[in-house]
Ligand binder design. Structure first.
Ligand code: SF4
Length: 114
């Protein structure tokens, strides 16, 4: 049994996840908490936000994010790929900067016109 706090909404329910019982979740006040608890214990994932180097723009770094969550275990590979990026302006918000970053199935996209 693992205890964790649900971060899906500000209520912060205290969840218990029973790994030995098919990741059954108790303590949740709504179905979203059950889904969060199951996911967080069986396959934890995170969205990644960061910045990459860009030349010829007003600022030296462009804000980027993944367009979906990626496995927490792949976070180092994702950050390594982000560190390699060198862009030239112009870039449009929503442009794909890296497709299928680190083989996760997520795309890295720009979050600002620059
Ligand atoms: S279980 Fe539902 S109500 Fe409780 S914190 Fe999570 S999302 Fe909010």
């Amino acid at each position: 049994m693992t205890e964790l706090i649900c971060i899906v909404c500000p209520r912060g329910c205290h969840l218990q996840v029973d790994e030995a019982n098919g990741y059954a979740v108790t303590g949740n006040s709504c179905p979203r908490g059950a889904e969060y608890g199951r996911q967080e214990i069986s396959d934890p994932r995170r969205s990644v936000t960061s910045t990459v180097l860009i030349e010829g723009a007003m600022y030296r770094r462009l804000p980027v994010r993944t367009d979906r969550t990626v496995p927490k275990a792949d976070m180092d590979k994702v950050m390594d790929a982000i560190k390699q990026v060198r862009l030239s302006a112009p870039v449009k918000r929503g442009d794909v900067i890296i497709e299928n970053i680190a083989g996760t199935g997520a795309n890295l996209i720009a979050t600002k016109d620059m």
